[in-house]
Design a protein around this ligand. Structure first.
Ligand code: FES
Length: 165
């Protein structure tokens, strides 16, 4: 499958297996009204993110314009066009957390993972993001790793949460 290999080489973190799975999902959704958003959600689950090449593949598969796909991806905040690690580490930088030194937590995690905010570790295991209020201000300062929430963190020892992954 020469085309898949070309895309794999061109797009960071996307493997041939991911593209094969995506192609079979596209076939399942083709011709179903209202399928763009659920298909993009599946595409993001499979590929981890939605770069332009994946958006184009979805557009071609559904026979719609790439600009329509881009419009949806850029509109909804749960879609990302940047690669993410297997475990996404999100540190709350909302006011309640910030006054309890969540910026220090972010700095320490950044140092420990050796990546800046918005980046992915070389082994693709972690990515680091800042978020505005996770809705758990009573537990400030708060960070989440994937689906796991960690509250009342000590800025100095907060990096210990990474040991769980
Ligand atoms: S400000 Fe951090 S959880 Fe609300």
């Amino acid at each position: 499958m020469a085309e898949a290999r070309t895309i794999e080489q061109a797009v960071e973190f996307i493997t041939t297996e991911m593209l094969d799975e995506l192609d079979s999902v596209i076939v399942d959704y083709r011709g179903t009204p209202g399928s763009l958003i659920p298909l993009l959600q599946r595409a993001q689950e499979i590929c981890g993110y939605l770069p332009a090449e994946i958006q184009r593949r979805v557009a071609d598969g559904l026979e719609i314009s790439p600009s329509m796909v881009y419009g949806v991806v850029s509109f909804y905040s749960f879609f990302t066009m940047k690669p993410r690690g297997k475990h996404v580490v999100r540190v709350c930088l909302g006011t309640a957390c910030y006054v309890k030194r969540s910026d220090e937590i972010m700095q320490n995690l950044s140092k420990e993972l050796k990546i800046a905010v918005g980046e992915v570790t070389g082994d693709k295991k972690f990515s680091l993001e800042g978020v505005r209020c996770l809705g758990a201000c009573g537990l400030a300062p708060v960070a989440v790793v994937g689906e796991d929430t960690y509250g009342l963190l000590d800025p100095v020892t907060a990096t210990d949460i990474l040991k769980n992954y």
